[in-house]
Design a protein around this ligand. Sequence first.
Ligand code: 4NP
Length: 157
Amino acid sequence: MNDHPSPPAVLFVCLGNICRSPLAEASFRAEAERAGLEVEVDSAGTGDWHIGHAPDRRALATAKRHGIDISGYRGRQVEAEDFRRFSHIFALDPQNLRDLLAIAPPDGTAELDLLLNVVPGREGQAVKDPYYGTDEGFETTWDDVTAAARALVERLG
Ligand code: 4NP
């Protein structure tokens, strides 16, 4: 039975909500719009360090290189209501998924999954955290989240 509201509502979750999940949100918004798919999209972090913060400057630059302005995004922490409000919650890495499962309320209705599980051949893999790495890591993040965004648009479309 599908008791989720339509259109689909998709939440992307990483640790800080300033690097990976904002890029996943931006890429998926763009791919959904391109495909004419109506969706609700947001992102959040399991941690609380960056609540109210703009994305990391390297994430801002990466999105900009791909024609998307994410300067208005602000970090927030995932909350119990998210598990009822969203139809799908995608964790950017396996630790994020474990953390989500640990806090999921019993009446949560969202389907939880690892983001790269939607990409054939990438099942079980993490979108690696680029925070402590170099600028190039953010381009790899973009490639990963865009592969997932395209597969997800196919799946939900
Ligand atoms: P994100 O990256 O989970 O992709 O947003 C991180 C950002 C900040 C921190 C860790 C990861 N931090 O420890 O502050």
